[in-house]
Design a protein around this ligand. Structure first.
Ligand code: SF4
Length: 84
């Protein structure tokens, strides 16, 4: 499951630098997470870094983009091999 940013976002950008997958960018109204890039930090960290960083707790699970841990890990491995 990717995560998403709600309209409570204050556009502080704190999460952007902490994302290991460059999945967060500025949207038309507030910051947004690209579900194709978000891996819930699987393979990089124990927990989602953006959630840990966000000062207003506006990052939640996105029920429209659900994935198993195995699927996330498979995508993480693909990402690793494409870097090589
Ligand atoms: Fe990036 Fe991790 Fe947040 Fe997904 S959960 S947007 S990979 S920091």
């Amino acid at each position: 499951m990717a995560l998403k940013i709600t309209d409570e976002c204050i556009s502080c950008a704190a999460c952007v630098i902490d994302c290991p997958n460059q999945a967060i960018s500025e949207g038309p109204e507030y910051f947004v997470i690209d579900p194709k890039k978000c891996l819930e930090c699987v393979g990089d960290y124990e927990s989602p870094q953006c959630v840990n960083t966000c000062p207003v707790d506006c990052i939640i699970e996105d029920p429209d983009h659900q994935e198993t841990q195995q699927a996330l890990m498979a995508r993480r491995e693909q990402k690793g091999s494409s870097r090589a």
